[in-house]
Design a protein around this ligand. Structure first.
Ligand SMILES: *Cc1c(COP(=O)(O)O)cnc(C)c1O
Length: 424
């Protein structure tokens, strides 16, 4: 199934498309971006630009829940689960309170605990690994493919032992991990795969939707994700009836029937209010994804025009590598800034009111709380280098072409000034 044949969204148009096309009309002729002075601040992210056009629709949906009084287990939760399951092409989706809880519940459903090992990347958000630690299992960190920043299947293979009980690949920044190779390794050893799809809802690999490759997959509706809610929320997608039932049991205190507990679960629910807001926004997910992809393409062109493009990343600005098998949904646009320039460039952009961010400055194996995992500095060289060199630019759907030109112009002038001061 091709990623482009995912369920069609409604034909409703969102105002940012109007803004985008008028902006690019004005700049149809090739502009010399290196001489466009920054005018307005460019925020790293502005969630209101996405939410404001839907204000009435969302507030009405919230009012409906308010009037119904069904703040938990409302019909909107089931409807959202059905929509997300359809996007992921899985039989089930199970709502929960956050992406972090989704990961924890997935490991709980597999019965993971002390004595077990779980292989995760170190170059990811904390929640990918904390769930393992919380259950008393051993975190095994694997290094990344330096091109995609995703966990390297060869490193997974090298870390498998007879205690390995799960592998959690992360589709980092919106780009699929090498799921064919990862699933081959895992299937060969009969180890379940849990996808961390928090940054990649709507993505695909070899045309197959993310969220459908592993035994279970976890996604997040944290406001900065590609489908962001009005607070916390999460969901699991999967096709096993048995695991889906187990997840629902564990997410509700292991209670069934009422006040009878067969397992020690947690309390993790997706609020009906969140589900109602997300049901509005999910109609536009394809449009958001397309806008992110267009913004990424625009950056590639602008960096090329400015003479700053280096896809290999050895020189000044390394542009993101796009795995041709991935339907990339661009949760983030990452640059690789070598030669120790990254932090200088970041403060230069900051001075010019251009937002940027570092995801993630400290790999998990070097975090204080994971010191007892026993990973020395230098043990995951690709991960450590990425953490030292990576820098993220604004890429949200409503970002305008003019803003992108300002971002690239500022980076170009940074390098001009850096070169000039070196030459003098
Ligand atoms: C955001 C995120 C999570 C956690 O999601 P929350 O909803 O914030 O708990 C887990 N993994 C990754 C890779 C994330 O980016």
């Amino acid at each position: 199934m091709l990623a482009t044949s995912l369920p069609a969204s409604t034909s409703a148009t969102v105002p940012f498309h109007v803004a985008r096309s008028s902006a690019s009309d004005e700049t149809n002729s090739p502009t010399d971006v290196t001489h466009a002075p920054p005018v307005l601040p460019v925020p790293l992210l502005d969630v209101s630009r996405g939410n404001n056009p839907l204000r009435n629709e969302i507030l009405q949906a919230l009012a409906d829940v308010y009037d119904s009084g069904r703040f938990l287990h409302g019909p909107q939760v089931t409807l959202l689960e059905e929509r997300v399951a359809r996007i992921s092409n899985t039989k089930h989706a199970v709502g929960c309170a956050s992406g972090s809880d989704a990961l924890l519940l997935a490991l709980m459903a597999l019965g993971i605990g002390p004595g077990d090992e779980v292989i995760v990347p170190s170059f990811t958000f904390f929640a990918t690994a904390s769930c393992v630690h919380r259950l008393g299992a051993k975190i095994v960190f694997a290094d990344i493919d330096p091109r995609t920043y995703n966990i390297d299947p060869i490193e997974i293979q090298a870390n498998i032992t007879d205690r390995t009980r799960a592998i959690i690949p992360v589709h980092l920044f919106g780009q699929a991990a090498a799921m064919d190779a990862i699933c081959n390794v895992a299937d060969g050893c009969d180890i379940p795969v849990i996808e961390d799809c928090a940054q990649a809802i709507g993505g695909a690999y070899h045309g197959r939707p993310l969220g459908s490759w592993g035994q279970m997959s976890c996604t997040s509706f944290y406001p900065t994700k590609n489908l962001g809610g009005l607070g916390d929320g999460g969901m699991l997608t999967l096709s096993s009836d048995i695991l889906a039932d187990r997840l629902r049991l564990l997410a509700g205190h292991g209670m069934r029937p009422r006040y009878h507990h067969s397992a020690v679960g947690i309390n993790s629910r997706l609020d009906t209010l969140q589900a109602a807001a997300l049901l509005v926004k999910i109609q536009y997910l394809q449009q958001y994804t397309t806008a992110r992809q267009e913004n990424a393409q625009c950056y590639f062109e602008l960096f090329q025009q400015a003479g700053l493009a280096d896809v290999r990343g050895d020189c000044a600005v390394g542009l993101p590598y796009h795995d041709p098998a991935a339907f990339h949904v661009w949760n983030q646009f990452s640059l690789r800034i070598g030669n120790g320039q990254r932090d200088h460039l970041r403060s230069y952009l900051q001075q010019r009111n251009i937002g940027s961010e570092i995801y993630y400055p400290i790999p998990l194996h070097q975090q204080v709380c994971f010191r007892d995992c026993g990973y020395a500095d230098g043990s995951l060289p690709h991960t450590e280098r990425a953490a030292a060199e990576i820098l993220h630019l604004p890429i949200y759907p409503e970002l305008t072409r003019i803003e992108q030109e300002q971002v690239v112009a500022a980076i170009a002038s940074y390098y001009r000034e850096a070169y000039r001061s070196k030459a003098s």
